[in-house]
Write a protein that binds this ligand. Structure first.
Ligand SMILES: Cc1cc2nc3c(=O)[nH]c(=O)nc-3n(C[C@H](O)[C@H](O)[C@H](O)COP(=O)(O)O)c2cc1C
Length: 190
């Protein structure tokens, strides 16, 4: 295997996963630094282009707020069938009420927009179990106009990757390398 092949494999599967909902990389682990230390959660990969990967989140959520306070983040992609792990390191930009957010909002489904009409900020402590969906939308998606107020809560979280580390397991051995956005790459002992 060559480093170029390893990079093409890792990044290639990430790009594929933005379009293939069943791809193991379609959901990834996104880690931030919070006030009490590292924090991780699963997110849905929505964007992968030119060393930038992204997802959508409520701007009020800890993941968005932590990304704003400290932009250093780590992405983890894992596929059991591909025997492949990819780690991405970089700096996050949270797009809120800008052109990037507007474009993604307009491309999103009405049912997805419903999430952003949540009356409570995500992660608020509640006395009773709640799905945090406005009552009048409990069993349907909003019409375009009803979804409008959700835009204020909507954000597009994008990480500008500085490095990508690919680990591929094979019967014959394991291959691991790190690739820098600056074009520098190096093999790593697996
Ligand atoms: C399969 C799956 C996909 C998810 N995708 C997203 C997503 O794209 N954006 C998001 O904000 N939360 C997503 N979540 C929810 C987060 O994992 C998390 O539990 C929640 O948003 C609270 O995160 P926070 O308190 O760290 O902000 C997803 C959860 C699962 C299980």
């Amino acid at each position: 295997v060559t480093k170029e092949e390893l990079f093409a494999l890792g990044w290639g599967e990430i790009v594929l996963a933005t379009k293939q909902r069943k791809h193991p990389f379609h959901t990834a682990t996104y880690s931030t630094l919070g006030a009490d230390g590292p924090d991780s959660r699963v997110v849905t990969l929505r964007y992968a282009k030119d060393w930038v990967v992204g997802f959508h989140a409520d701007v009020r959520s800890p993941k968005a707020q932590q990304s704003i306070s400290d932009s250093r983040v780590c992405w983890l992609f894992y596929s059991s069938p591909h025997k492949l792990q990819v780690r991405g390191y970089g700096r996050t930009v949270v797009h809120h009420l800008d052109d990037v957010a507007r474009e993604a909002w307009e491309a999103s489904k009405l049912l997805s927009r419903r999430c952003y009409l949540a009356p409570l900020a995500p992660s608020s402590v509640t006395s009773l179990a709640t799905n945090n969906i406005p009552e009048f939308l409990a069993d349907r998606e909003p019409v375009e106009e009803e979804a409008v107020p959700g835009f204020e809560n909507f954000s597009v979280v994008r990480t500008h990757l500085t490095s990508l580390e690919v680990l591929k397991l094979e019967f014959g051995g394991q291959w691991r390398a790190r690739f820098g956005q600056d074009g520098v790459s190096e093999w790593l002992a697996p």
